[in-house]
Design a protein around this ligand. Sequence first.
Ligand code: UT7
Length: 332
Amino acid sequence: MYHSKITGTGHHVPEAVITNDYLSTLMETSDAWITERTGIRERRWIDPAKDTVANMSAKASRMALKKAGLQPGDIDFIVFATITPDYFFPGSGVLLQRELGIENIGALDIRNACSGFIYALSVADQFIKTGMYKNILVVGAEIQSTAIDVSTRGRNTAVIFADGAGAVVLSRSEQPGVLTTHLHSDGRFAEELYVRDPGSSRPREERQPEQILDTTHFKVVMNGNQVFKHAVVRFLEVIGEALDANQLTTSDMSLLIPHQANLRISQYVQEKLGLSDEKVFNNIQRFGNTTAASIPIAMSEAVEQGRIRENDLICLAAFGSGFTWASALIRW
Ligand code: UT7
């Protein structure tokens, strides 16, 4: 068995900064409500004339490759987490492979929403540990802004979800890096946070775009309270599972990077684990909830800010649609 290590991190977010005050001009909401309930002060939305999931992820990937000291041609495989691919099919992995000009490598898409990046990291980790590949690009990227309902009807999701991309290079290494990953799901709650269409289990006439008058089911549906309640329980559970599996405790942890779902969720988890502010990384205040992109964006910023140093013990944890939840413990 080989070891796997994160050798480069990168991120890219669109230029346009969308403030809570701006959202208040589109729907009945307020800066005070959004800040108090979610911690979000602003987020980034794409410019559809120039940003795509593929080109944002290519920018994030180039940054990660540079930090790893690698060229696109050194990459053997792509694992791409997104629930907002540029096309319904094919997935975004092949578009990234094309953008980077890498010939004929495999590209796999992962559709596990907020847990998607950790699922992707786990898949890549197995490929490295078995010796199949040496350098894998693991990416999370989303464009939520063009799908959200910006009327008052959609305000419980419109104020949260946002756009961005993050990437890491996972490489074969001599020393342990990714220690363990832990993946879970409970499909009984699939419809608590989902987008119904374009689903396939529909009569033909309901799947033909020219017949679709009611586009309600193309929008995100979220039972926020229910998601929140499950999230706080599963976050704690899956972080504990990762520590137990490695016979470590919270005091060994250098930094927790939770999926940026809602600052209140992160703060609840922090308090329950008894972690100081320096041991938890949050940037939801500036970027909102970017689903599969949130953890790699946060990791890339944490590296840039010197919050992650060699030999640190980093814990990633996520919860989201499915429900799915996951964690990873990494020796940096
Ligand atoms: O990414 C992973 C998955 N997602 C999450 O983890 C998100 C988890 N859930 C949440 O973050 C929170 O549930 C929300 C931020 C979505 C909502 O916060 P909440 O404190 O749970 O509010 P609520 O849904 O209980 O709604 C309270 C009130 C309602 O009004 P009434 O019925 O009490 O009159 C909502 O209509 O707040 C209203 N409301 C809003 N008001 C102003 C909902 N959204 C907004 C809004 N602005 N944006």
